[in-house]
Design a protein. Structure first.
Length: 334
């Protein structure tokens, strides 16, 4: 086991601590959603706070479906900046996004926790507002994240919206332009393929985002997070294996996949739940112009989907060698 040296610079220790807090957003807030109400009701005289929150929750229930409630002060916390510096994570623009149009941004690959797109789209850690001025951004996540009390508040402050047609189209159908909704297209299925040497993208039959782009006239933007699949090591779960079958069964019931992973530790470099310090480059491609079609045909959807896949492939091939990927490596759409 390779232990971290005692003389690690202070800034690196701060970055590690911030990543721990970042991870708690995934796991800690889910526990708080249960533990805080139980504690207030049974162990304090402040049970009435739970009642007030329930009233607020019911009143505010539709907000995630109506654009959520992002706060720039929360997105710009030093916590997120230090988390981005840990890897480090960078946002790279290859083309302008005009505030005169709306966009659906396809984010690839999912990886284990989609750190790249979260840091670039849900926080200000990589300088989004300076790189894409005039663009208002939202990031799609599982519905459950915006249903759990307390957790939903944090998610809304970061600009997350539910993975529902209603929520996505609400952000793209209004009179105000300059909206960019990012969707991690591969989802839970693609997370099960996450490994440093695996370039399978769950995209071949994912066409719902293309239909919405046509129906709303939103331009399509391919995005690739180089380094995302190198943040953790996943236990071998090849397609057709017993483990993969069990993971699929779990996903059908719980709507998310349970990859078995390990990273590095807080005080060692070999094993733990911390992601490896691997650079993440979130590269945003050029927008594909989409004309609005109220009732798109299957042929129109297939044609635009093909065009999107070609643009994503070109984006990957153009930049892959800059990030340690061999020239011979190809994307594989499954």
């Amino acid at each position: 086991m390779y232990l971290a040296p005692l003389n690690v610079p202070l800034h690196r220790r701060i970055e590690t601590f911030c990543v721990l807090l970042f991870l708690s957003k995934f796991f800690g807030t889910a526990l708080l959603s249960v533990l805080v109400p139980v504690y207030l009701i049974f162990f304090t005289p402040h049970w009435w706070l739970v009642g007030l929150y329930i009233v607020w929750y019911l009143y505010d229930y539709d907000t995630p479906y109506q654009g959520s409630r992002p706060y720039e002060w929360f997105r710009n916390l030093s916590l997120w900046t230090k988390t981005a510096e840990y890897f480090p994570a960078k946002l790279i623009k290859t083309s302008e996004l005009s505030p005169k149009h709306n966009y659906i941004v396809g984010s690839h690959p999912h990886g284990i926790m989609s750190c790249g797109i979260i840091l670039s789209w849900a926080t200000g850690a990589t300088g989004f507002t300076d790189i894409f001025p005039g663009i208002s951004r939202r990031l799609v996540t599982l519905d459950i994240n915006l249903l759990l009390p307390i957790r939903r508040e944090f998610c809304m402050w970061m600009g997350f919206i539910p993975a529902s047609r209603e929520a996505i189209t609400h952000n793209l159908n209004g009179e105000t332009k300059g909206n960019a909704v990012a969707i991690v297209i591969g989802g839970a299925e693609e997370a099960l393929d996450s490994n440093a040497d695996n370039f399978n993208l769950t995209l071949k039959n994912r066409k719902g985002f293309v239909r919405i782009a046509l129906e709303t006239g939103s331009h399509l933007v391919p995005l690739y997070n180089f380094g995302e699949t190198s943040l953790y090591t996943q236990i071998s779960n090849n397609r057709g294996s017993l483990l993969r079958a069990l993971q699929h069964a779990f996903k059908r019931i719980c709507k998310f996949s349970p990859p078995i992973i390990h990273g590095r530790g807080i005080f060692n470099y070999c094993f733990g739940f911390m992601p490896y310090r691997v650079p993440i480059a979130t590269v945003v491609g050029a927008p594909i112009v989409v004309d609005k079609v109220e009732n798109p045909t299957t042929e129109q959807i297939d044609a635009l989907h093909k065009k999107y896949c070609e643009a994503l492939t070109q984006l990957f091939d153009t930049h892959k060698t800059k990030y340690g990927i061999t020239k011979e490596t190809k994307l594989n759409f499954v």
